[in-house]
Write a protein that binds this ligand. Structure first.
Ligand code: NAP
Ligand code: GFB
Length: 315
C-alpha cells in the first residue's frame, strides 16, 4: 500500500502507545499527526468531525481511550463504558465519512472470554462473557470490533482491529490507583524505598500475564499499517512462553530499585483474571521472527524513565 507522504492521524497520540509510535516516526517518511484531548474531545461528535475536517487524514491509528489497570476497571465501569463507546463511535463513523483508506483500531487481550481454552486466538473474541473485573471496558471494545466489521461488510471499508496484550514502557500512567501493574508498582516501590516502608504488591502475585514493551508494539503497528491486508483482527503480543507471574514482575521492579528485601503481598486485593494467554501465531506467521524486548530489560528501561521523569510523568 503506497503510504509515502500520506497523512496518518494518531488518536491518543500523547499516551503510552502514541508516544512510542512518535519515537519511531522519524524513521518513516509519512506525515504523522499526533493528537490528544487538547486537540479534540473525541467523545464529542462535532469536535471529532472538526478534527478530521482540519487534517483530512489518509490513514488513522486509533488509540484514544479511557484506559486503566484492574482497579480502575473495577471501580469506574460507567466511565469505561460510556467514554470508550462515545470515542469509538465517533472515530469509526467519521473515518467513514472522510473516506479514510485504512483505520486501525485497538482492542485488548483482556476483553476475551473469561471461561475459555488456551491459548486464546482471534476467532474466540465473542465466545463468552469477559471477566467481571473489566466487563464494561471489554464490551465497549468488542462493540468497536463489531462497528469496524459492519463498515467492512456494508461499505467495504478497510477498518480493522489489532489486539495488544498488556503494554508497558515510557510515558505510561504511573498512577497508584488507576495505573496498570508495572507502572503502579514502579511508583509504589519508589515511594516505599523513599520512606523505608514495605513494598506492597496487591493481590497474591500468582496471576500470569504477557507484557509487550511499547516500542515493540509501535513497530508492529507500523508493520500492520503497511503490510497487513486481512479483514480479521490481529493479536499483537509476545508468545505464550513469555508469560510471567506478577510476582516475577514485582521482583524485577524491586531489583531495579535495589529494594527486593522489603516486598510483601496483600491478598486482600483482587488478582483479577488469573490468566489470558494469547496466541501470537497468526502474527508470527506473517513476520516470521521478531526479537521482543525482554521483560527484565523492559522493566529496567521503564523504571529509569520514571525516575528521570518523576516530576512530569502521569502519576
Ligand atoms: P493512555 O496512555 O492512557 O493514553 C490515552 C490517550 O487517549 C491519551 O493520548 C489521551 O489524551 C487520549 N484520550 C483519552 N480520552 C480522550 C478523549 N476524550 N478525547 C481525545 N483523546 C482522548 O493509553 P494507552 O495505554 O496508550 O492505550 C492506547 C490504546 O491501547 C487504547 O485504545 C487502549 O485501550 C489500548 N490498550 C492498552 C493496553 C495497556 O496495557 N496500556 C493494553 C491493551 C490495549 P489526553 O491525555 O489528552 O486525555
Ligand atoms: O495491569 P493490570 O492492572 O491489569 O494487572 P490486568 C493486574 C494484576 O496485577 C492483578 C496485580 O493480578 C493485580 O492483583 N497487581 C499487583 C497490581 N499490584 C498491583 C498494583 O499496584 N496495581 C495494579 N493495577 N495491579 C487489565 C484490564 O487487566 O489489562 C484492562 O483490566 C486493560 O482493561 C489491561 O485492558 C491491559 O492485566 O489484570
Amino acid at each position: 500500500m503506497e503510504i509515502k507522504d500520506s497523512k496518518i492521524l494518531v488518536t491518543g497520540g500523547t499516551g503510552l502507545v502514541g508516544s512510542a509510535i512518535k519515537k519511531i516516526s522519524p524513521t518513516y517518511d509519512y506525515n504523522f499527526i499526533f493528537v490528544s484531548s487538547k486537540d479534540a474531545d473525541l467523545t464529542k461528535y462535532n469536535e471529532t468531525y472538526s478534527l478530521f475536517k482540519k487534517h483530512e487524514p489518509d490513514f488513522v491509528i486509533h488509540l484514544a481511550a479511557c484506559v486503566g489497570g484492574l482497579f480502575k476497571n473495577m471501580n469506574q465501569k460507567v466511565d469505561m463504558f460510556e467514554i470508550n463507546n462515545l470515542i469509538n463511535f465517533n472515530v469509526v463513523k467519521i473515518s467513514h465519512e472522510f473516506k479514510v483508506k485504512k483505520l486501525i483500531c485497538c482492542l485488548s487481550t483482556c476483553i476475551f472470554p473469561d471461561k475459555t481454552t488456551y491459548p486464546i486466538d482471534e476467532t474466540m473474541l465473542h465466545n463468552g462473557p469477559p471477566h467481571s473485573s473489566n466487563d464494561a471496558y471489554a464490551y465497549a471494545k468488542r462493540m468497536l470490533e463489531v462497528h469496524c466489521k459492519a463498515y467492512q461488510e456494508q461499505y467495504n471499508d478497510n477498518f480493522i482491529c489489532v489486539i495488544p496484550t498488556n503494554i508497558y514502557g515510557p510515558h505510561d500512567n504511573y498512577s497508584l490507583d488507576d495505573g496498570h501493574v508495572i507502572p503502579a508498582l514502579t511508583h509504589r516501590c519508589y515511594l516505599a524505598k523513599q520512606n523505608n516502608k514495605p513494598f506492597r504488591v496487591l493481590g497474591s502475585g500468582t496471576p500470569l500475564r504477557q507484557f509487550i514493551y511499547s516500542e515493540d508494539l509501535a513497530q508492529l503497528f507500523m508493520w500492520t499499517l503497511e503490510n497487513y491486508n486481512g479483514k480479521e483482527s490481529l493479536i499483537l503480543s509476545v508468545g505464550e512462553k513469555n508469560e510471567v507471574p506478577i510476582k516475577k514482575v514485582a521482583t524485577e521492579i524491586a531489583k531495579s530499585f535495589n529494594y527486593e528485601h522489603m516486598m510483601e503481598f496483600d491478598s486482600s486485593f483482587s488478582d483479577g483474571q488469573y490468566k489470558k494467554t494469547a496466541d501470537n501465531t497468526k502474527l508470527m506467521n506473517f513476520i516470521k521472527e521478531y526479537n521482543f524486548i525482554d521483560i527484565n530489560e523492559g522493566i529496567k528501561r521503564s523504571v529509569e524513565w520514571f525516575k528521570d521523569n518523576f516530576d512530569s510523568c502521569r502519576k
